[in-house]
Write a protein of this length. Structure first.
Length: 341
């Protein structure tokens, strides 16, 4: 490891990068499916229904995702795949992607599911606007939630090891559904952390890159009232540093910052949990799942950031359906190929 907590330039071969990208994507999916049963519940309700969540479980009958089976993923993973495949196709064809490519992928996935209350509110509103003819650059003008941050990993893969280069692609990926300054800053923070981890950065360096990205992107997108994403990330790190373990870090972040669907809650808390877990994706995912609220998305973000550094071997193979795992690994390989373009 070189000074500053990063691998020396040129050390990682494509195969090593592909493994890290796979770890990021699998970490996102594992966080999603483990956190899914706890979504919409308080931490007290999580304990009452499940005891301690220590892996995939079926959601309780009165939870947000009632009716799904243990180990099923939500819209977070499904849209990550849809957007990732659309970005790859655009880069393969033209050498870059635009907001319209992302918009078409999201509309294609969501057009028949808009009445499902489990779809993120910002995404549902934006898809209705897109179907009514709104330009992709304007459809997400009031989206301030965490959906874009949950599916930003493909952008991070295109900029592996270059967290300072993510900004324009983050904005393009966010605008169709999450075009506010808060959501863009939050998604940029996640992408920067993931890109840093893909390049070999420690979790401490990666979370600081996240804070810097949130500062840079604070002026992009439609301004809406809300606190500084960068300042909340810094506070999340301090809370994690003062906690004895990841579970306590998760509780502290959730109590002080919140773990709800707004990007200014979910993203700083997810990054604080990742820091409190010292980059271990399993520890981060379980800590996030057990605090409830928007647990599937918070756990997905924390799992992706940690998984990008730890690789797929750090995640239990039995957590995820082999067919989904194969699809995510194929997307990882494709992202590494198109990154060279």
């Amino acid at each position: 490891m070189s000074p500053g907590g990063r691998d020396a330039p040129g050390r990682s071969r494509d195969g090593e990068l592909e493994a890290r990208v796979a770890g990021m994507l699998l970490g996102a999916a594992c966080g999603d499916l483990v956190g899914m049963p706890a979504a919409g519940l308080t931490a007290v309700e999580v304990r009452a229904r499940y005891g301690r969540i220590d892996g995939p479980v079926a959601p309780a009958g009165d939870s947000l995702h009632a009716g799904l089976a243990a180990g099923e993923v939500t819209d977070d993973t499904e849209l990550l795949i849809a957007v990732g495949e659309a970005i790859c196709a655009a880069v393969e064809e033209r050498g870059s992607f635009e907001a319209g490519d992302v918009a078409r992928a999201i509309v294609g996935w969501a057009r028949d599911r808009l009445d499902d209350p489990r779809i993120g509110p910002s995404t549902a509103r934006a898809v209705r606007r897109l179907l009514a003819g709104a330009p992709p650059e304007e459809a997400g003008r009031d989206g301030d939630t965490d959906g874009a941050a949950a599916r930003i990993a493909p952008v991070a893969a295109l900029h592996a090891g270059e967290p300072g280069a993510i900004d324009d692609d983050v904005v393009r990926a966010c605008l169709p559904t999450h075009g506010t300054d808060l959501a863009i800053a939050a998604a940029g923070a996640v992408a920067a952390a993931e890109a840093a981890r893909l390049g070999g950065a420690t979790i401490e360096v990666a979370v600081d890159d996240a804070r810097r990205a949130a500062e840079r992107l604070a002026g992009r997108g439609r301004p809406v009232p809300g606190p500084s994403v960068a300042a909340r990330i810094a506070l999340a790190v301090r809370l994690a540093e003062g906690a004895a373990d990841a579970d306590r870090a998760a509780r502290a972040c959730a109590e002080v910052l919140g773990a709800g669907v707004r990007a200014v809650e979910a993203v700083p808390t997810a990054l604080g949990i990742a820091a409190g877990a010292r980059g271990d994706p399993v520890v981060a995912i379980l800590a996030a799942a057990n605090v409830g609220d928007d647990a599937d998305t918070v756990a997905a973000i924390a799992g992706a950031v940690c998984g990008a550094g730890a690789g797929p071997e750090a995640l239990p193979a039995g957590w995820i359906d082999p067919r989904l795992a194969a699809r995510l690994r194929a997307l990882a390989a494709r992202l590494v190929r198109v990154r060279a373009r």
